[in-house]
Design a protein around this ligand. Structure first.
Ligand SMILES: [Zn+2]
Length: 382
């Protein structure tokens, strides 16, 4: 008797074996993926340092503890955002703000024609930039402890994004905030080109100020503050004029938008004050290391101020659209998206130039990169 027919099919067997191997690989891969969160959770949270354990370039006035390792890996930097350090609130305040502004942008996208209606292009540029600056800041604070060089480059990008945000303000102020009596004036026509020039000055001075931080800390702080205050004052000239001289019959709707503009100005002043004063931690060093120090309050005030500015701009944009359409030239592509593209290119060029100086000329580095700050398993007292 013949036994049961044997099913001999080399191709089938090969496929079957290949399939088994493939299935085994797939299961192993899935297992690795499933194990990944566990390995992340079991990873040791980075060790924190006191002020004396980090190089001078990382030290902040009035903050004595909660510093991350000055040679953290990228993974440690990301993990540290889930650990309470003196940077955690800085990271999250601007990360959450990014999502808030993205959400507002998304809602506007549903109701405003940003593509074919040129009157809305300035708002498009502004919304992009108010999402960009908190996101860049959040990334800068997250990865600033990878090395002294990384710290400087992270904050070069942070300054560049703030500088571009001021350009976005100028583009919207020229289109929606300019007082009626200044529309079509010489200042109005040259407002955006001046603002593009201002981004060069702002980014250039603020990046340069990092090179003065160690030898001349006071001069560095004054220069950096001036670098940001100068474009802010320029951008707000039309608003200051409206606040000082505008009247009801001028058609500026003083009650409607100007009160919200005033809220923005109050928070902008607070932002500047906190940035320059280092209060409250200067009065009680060590008390506000984790929560409540000036940079965290500075972030919060900047975001709240930007929120009021956005609301005021939206009010002006809506209430003045008919008057602007009848009396002013419609915003052009070169004057809005083109100015943004030029600003981005110029800022990236400045950041690249300062980064190249930083990386190629160790002697001219902006801060003392203490040799003792080289990576070591245990941080030594310096
Ligand atoms: Zn910051």
């Amino acid at each position: 008797m013949e036994g049961p027919p044997r099913f001999e099919c080399p191709l089938w067997c090969m496929l079957c074996r290949g399939g088994k191997a493939w299935l085994r690989q797939l299961c192993q891969g899935a297992g690795d993926v499933l194990r990944l969160p566990n390995s992340l959770l079991s990873a040791k949270l980075p060790q924190l340092c006191d002020i004396h354990q980090v190089p001078k370039v990382f030290q902040e006035d009035g903050i004595t503890s909660g510093y991350r390792h000055p040679r953290s890996s990228a993974l440690d930097c990301v993990l540290s955002s889930f650990q309470m350090t003196n940077e955690t609130v800085n990271i999250w305040t601007h990360f959450l703000a990014t999502w808030y502004f993205l959400w507002r942008f998304g809602m506007l996208w549903c109701s405003v024609d940003f593509v074919s209606e040129s009157y809305n292009w300035p708002l498009l540029v502004y919304m992009l930039l108010i999402c960009l600056y908190p996101f860049t800041s959040s990334c800068a604070h997250t990865f600033s402890t990878m090395s002294p060089e990384a710290r400087h480059i992270c904050f070069f990008f942070d300054y560049g994004a703030i500088s571009l945000y001021s350009l976005g303000c100028a583009i919207t102020y020229a289109s929606y905030v300019m007082p009626n009596c200044w529309v079509n004036s010489w200042l109005h026509q040259h407002f955006v080109p001046f603002a593009v020039f201002n981004t060069l000055v702002c980014t250039g001075l603020s990046c340069y100020s990092r090179f003065l931080e160690m030898p001349f800390p006071r001069r560095s702080k004054i220069l950096r503050t001036a670098a940001f205050v100068y474009p802010f004052i320029f951008d707000n000239i039309p608003l200051f004029h409206r606040l000082a001289l505008c009247c009801e019959e001028d058609g500026c709707n003083p009650g409607e938008a100007l009160s919200t503009h005033c809220c923005h100005l109050i928070f902008a002043f607070l932002t500047c004050f906190l940035f320059a004063s280092h209060l409250p931690e200067r009065l009680a060093p060590g008390r506000f290391d984790y929560i409540g120090h000036s940079h965290q309050l500075f972030h919060v005030c900047a975001v709240v101020g930007t929120h009021f500015q956005m609301e005021a701009l939206l009010t002006d944009m809506t209430s003045r659209s008919a008057w602007m359409a009848a009396n002013a030239a419609v915003p052009s592509l070169p004057g809005t998206v083109g100015a943004l593209a030029l600003g981005v290119a110029l800022n990236l060029g400045i950041i690249a130039a300062f980064s190249a100086i930083l990386l190629r000329a160790p002697r001219r580095r902006p801060a003392s990169h203490d040799a003792k700050a080289e990576p070591s398993p245990e941080l030594k007292e310096q």
